[in-house]
Ligand binder design. Structure first.
Ligand code: AMP
Length: 280
C-alpha cells in the first residue's frame, strides 16, 4: 500500500491505476479504523480494481463543543489495517490540502431538505461540513465508486442527494452496519465508553429490534417511539431521538405505512453520542 499526502502524489497514483485499466474505489473515513471501516474497504475491493481510503478528521463537520480535539487519531494502526485489508492507497491529506483557503473561508456545500431533521437539527452545520469535505475528496480522488456505511444513515442520504444534484459520476454503495458481539454498532467513539457503558449501549440495537417488532405488530408509531425512549432511559442512556421515518427522505411516515421505513436512534452515554438505525 502506498501513502499519499499531497494532491500531486494522489493524482499520480490514481492516474497510473487508471492507465492500467482499473476502476477506482474510494472509502472516506476519519480514521481510528475498526472492522466496520474495513468492511467498506472489502466492498470497494469487490467493485473496483484499485482502492483508495482517506483518513482525515474534518474540522468543518464538528460543532464548537464537539470532540474534534480529542477525536482518536491512530494513523500508524490505520495504515497497517488498511494494508492488510487490500487497500492500495491511503490518502492522508493536511487541512491545507483539503481547504486551500482555510477551513473557515472554503466554499461550503449545503444539501437542503434531508439535512433539516435529526442529526442536522441537533448538530447545526454538521452536514455542510460532511458534504463539503466529501465533494472535495471526490474531486481529488475522482473515484468510480465510493462506499459509505449505513450506520450513518442520514449522511448516506445526504451524499446520495449531493451526488445526484451535482451530477458527480460516482456510484454510491451502502455497506451494512458492522456490530460488536452485544449488538452495539462499531464506532470510533465506542472507545470513549468503559466496559459497563459498552454493555449498556447494547440496548440501542435491542431497542431498534423492538421498534421493528412494534411496526410488524401494527402498533401506532407514537407508542412505539415512546416505548423506545423509555427502554433507552431504562438502560441508563439519554435519548436524543428514537423515531420511525420514511427511509427515502426521513420525512414523517403516513400513519398506516408499513414498508419503506427506517428506525433511527441517537442516544448519549455520558458525554458520548451514539447513533444507530435499522431499515424495516
Ligand atoms: P467515520 O470514520 O466515522 O467518518 O466513518 C467512515 C465511514 O465508515 C462512514 O461511511 C461510516 O458510515 C462508516 N462506518 C462507521 N462505522 C461503521 C459500522 N459500524 N458499520 C459500517 N460502516 C461504518
Amino acid at each position: 500500500m502506498q501513502i499519499a499526502r499531497t494532491t500531486e502524489e494522489l493524482r499520480r497514483l490514481v492516474a497510473d491505476a487508471r492507465r492500467a485499466g482499473h476502476a477506482i474505489g474510494f472509502v472516506p473515513t476519519m480514521g481510528n479504523l475498526h472492522d466496520g471501516h474495513y468492511s467498506l474497504v472489502r466492498i470497494a475491493r469487490e467493485r473496483a480494481g484499485f482502492v483508495v481510503a482517506s483518513v482525515f478528521v474534518n474540522p468543518t463537520q464538528f460543532g464548537p463543543n464537539e470532540d474534534f480535539a480529542r477525536y482518536p487519531r491512530t494513523p500508524d494502526a490505520d495504515a497497517g489495517g488498511l494494508a492488510q485489508h487490500g487497500c492500495d492507497v491511503l490518502f492522508l491529506p493536511s487541512v491545507e490540502t483539503i481547504y486551500p483557503f482555510g477551513a473557515q473561508a472554503s466554499v461550503s456545500i449545503h444539501v437542503p431538505v434531508v439535512t433539516e431533521t435529526l442529526e442536522g437539527a441537533i448538530r447545526p452545520g454538521h452536514f455542510d461540513g460532511v458534504a463539503t469535505v466529501v465533494a472535495r475528496l471526490f474531486n481529488l480522488v475522482q473515484p468510480d465508486v465510493a462506499v459509505f456505511g449505513q450506520k450513518d444513515y442520514q449522511q448516506l442520504l445526504v451524499i446520495r442527494r449531493m451526488v445526484r444534484d451535482l451530477a458527480f459520476p460516482i456510484d454510491i454503495v451502502a455497506a451494512p452496519i458492522a456490530r460488536e458481539a452485544n449488538g452495539l454498532a462499531m464506532s470510533s467513539r465506542n472507545q470513549y465508553l468503559d466496559a459497563a457503558a459498552r454493555e449498556r449501549a447494547g440496548a440501542i440495537r435491542a431497542t431498534l429490534e423492538a421498534m421493528r417488532d412494534g411496526v410488524g405488530a401494527g402498533s401506532p408509531f407514537a407508542g412505539i417511539e415512546a416505548a423506545a425512549r423509555a427502554a433507552l432511559e431504562q438502560a441508563g442512556l439519554v435519548p436524543d431521538y428514537a423515531v420511525l421515518r420514511k427511509a427515502d427522505d426521513l420525512g414523517e411516515p403516513a400513519p398506516g405505512q408499513r414498508g419503506g421505513l427506517v428506525a433511527l436512534i441517537a442516544a448519549r452515554s455520558g458525554m458520548t453520542r451514539l447513533i444507530d438505525n435499522s431499515l424495516l
